[in-house]
Design a protein around this ligand. Sequence first.
Ligand code: GDP
Length: 435
Amino acid sequence: MNRLCRSREAIVHNEPGVTRDRTYQNGFWGDREFKIVDTGGLVFDDDSEFLPEIREQAILALEEASVAIVIVDGQQGMTASDEAIADWLRPHPCKTLVAVNKCESPEQGLAMAAEFWKLGLGEPSPISAIHGAGTGDLLDRVISLLPPKEHQVEEAEPIQMAIVGRPNVGKSSLLNSICGESRAIVSSIRGTTRDTIDTRIERHQKIWKLIDTAGIRRRRSVNYGPEFFGINRSFKAIQRCDVCILVIDALDGVTEQDQRLAGRIEEDGRACVVVVNKWDAVEKDSHTMPMMEKELRSKLYFLDWATMIFTSALTGQRVDSIFALATVAVEQHRRRVTTSVVNEVLKEALSWRSPPTTRGGRQGRLYYGTQVASKPPSFTLFVNEPKLFGETYRRYIERQLREGLGFDGTPLKLFWRGKQQRDAERDLAKQQNRS
Ligand code: GDP
């Protein structure tokens, strides 16, 4: 898989079944782009842990695929398992190629590959995944079997979404509810803690990449190391995403751990939707939701810009709305506003409330502002002296920017730049020009 996609995303490990689940990678050959789906090792004569789920995943992968490549081990020669896989695949309508791996030597490779004619899946291709021999020919054959180019669906850049939250808040249940099919294997295999798995799905005419779903799924009976579900794994997922789904347990309310995750989302400048899950288990009347929202928000005050939604992964209530809210959050996160609009809002804000004055009579002056970046939207505000603008006034300006410009679901970054700082920067630039 790495050889065909020229990347190192899938882990290479000598343990059978280590790549459980489906992992997707993008590849290209000539002018064709394609996606390769990797499945776990197929074993048919054994129903022990995970193997039936791996088979189920392979069936789902085949249903989406235009071409299947069966990889066999040329050095080992044909085995009963290879025959079992061929028997299983033969009735399937998907076009199939046999790649005979570990054929490092081209001459011997042909001889090694010849044995696999017996599988009845057509001409075997000798390849070496490690050295790259034969993979070009294999890709030529793959491309020749793909549907004509005009039928290829153009795919926009996927939106990266991370589902984070404490253990047991219902992340894996939500993931299953979201995916709607058994794409999420809710079990995993020991020894794969380094592996991160992303799941792709299409919702609301957009492609979403759910980040590190391996860190979400798991099986209670397996004893994972603390690092697997640890906060660092969540922090990494937050770092990689565009939008974060922070899952809170409606029965427990906001805990200190939730606050740490929330703090990180804000610090890292990620868009966010707060999902309060297990709503079905809450005894409620018509006042419960607004009251609970108020209480939760008081503890999640640094995410006051994030939309909150009450869901049940168990019944599916409002689960699909997560994508609608995430879409808004992502759009706002990417939005840019012209300088003139920013300054209209600032002018209005200044006229309602002037910047504070010190006891010595010095008053803060806000000259103008401009959006300098997006993801998250970031603004530089040019002032006489940043020190003159206390926390309260800074928050007031941020609130006014939000009121005037929207930005629901995304944090904003405000940089206050003083005249002295600007002068120093200008002097530095001048000196650099001279030298
Ligand atoms: P994770 O550790 O965050 O992935 O949580 P799980 O998805 O494994 O769920 C933990 C427990 O909460 C399981 O027993 C689930 O059945 C239960 N659970 C998850 N979502 C809901 C929900 O919406 N309502 C109720 N009542 N229980 C839920």
